[in-house]
Design a protein around this ligand. Sequence first.
Ligand SMILES: Nc1nc2c(c(=O)[nH]1)N[C@H]1C(S)=C(S)[C@@H](COP(=O)(O)O)O[C@H]1N2
Ligand SMILES: [Mo]
Length: 326
Amino acid sequence: MLIKNPRGWELPDSAATPESLFLNRRTLVKALAAGPMLASLPLGLEAALAADPPDPTAVLYPVKRNDKYKVDRDLTTEKAAGSWNNFYEFLAQAGDITDRAAKLPVRPWEVAITGMVEKPTKIAFDDLIKQMPLEERVYRHRCVEAWSMTVPWSGFPLKALVDFAKPLGSAKYVTMVTFLDKDIAPTQRQFFAGYPWPYTDGLTMEEATNELAFIATGVYGKPIAKQHGAPLRLAAPWKYGFKSVKSIVEFRFTDQRPTTFWETLAPREYGFWANVNPQVDHPRWSQADERLLGGNLRRATLLYNGYAEFVAPLYASMPQNRTLFM
Ligand SMILES: Nc1nc2c(c(=O)[nH]1)N[C@H]1C(S)=C(S)[C@@H](COP(=O)(O)O)O[C@H]1N2
Ligand SMILES: [Mo]
């Protein structure tokens, strides 16, 4: 389908497609797939749909579940997990951002490998994923704001990407960077324009190559929904959710510890390590328990979010003080 009109996200605010178009996207996409209706679509609508061409990776899913990673609770429903999201680029608080995030164009999508690597490079996401070993893992996720979910991510170990990137022996950290685009992310141009965009966070190389660190490209047996951070995001389940950067455009290898988005904004509340610990309260609230998305059930929060057997050795020789858990 060749479309010469500007795409939705290239239009100025005043000319942007109204939200209502996106509300009905699913129905419309179905109708489009059926074919003959296309000719009768209004031009603006056609342009809006062009933001989302067919996903060539859809055929890869579902992938085989790796049963090594057990959880002690039921899966969160797809609806509950997909209608309560933190993605500050679209809304500066947790909430249902499905319609806002629908405006994020995820094709084409390039991933840059930069910094201390043998050869800095850029690769199309669709080419990268073909080279990665895909599997499904059911992981728990604990937001620093004391809600949690349990979801089946599909994707690949971050270690596979690190191997692909070939970092130099001197690299000690990997920073993950989200897209920066004021035309797409309303908060990057409005009241929150002064935030330290783009969103970044990072891991040490030991953390990044720990078997738990996972890049999610899918969820619930399908390509990952935009509100969850399409087309690829980190899932580091032993750390508070804000470490798990969404919609990554760059993996940057450095020998200096990065100062991350939340650490820059509120250094007394959020730090680099951010390992989950129910005994170390956030300065403004308790971390002892958490609300399970999809209801009002609460569960006790676990040290390292229940993943101590995999990750506690990483921190054994470090001072077990507050900064390790914020
Ligand atoms: N780029 C970006 N990544 C982000 C965030 C964000 O605001 N922007 N929020 C983080 C926080 S606080 C959480 S809890 C998780 C939420 O992931 P989910 O919406 O898929 O549940 O994403 C993390 N990754
Ligand atoms: Mo969060």
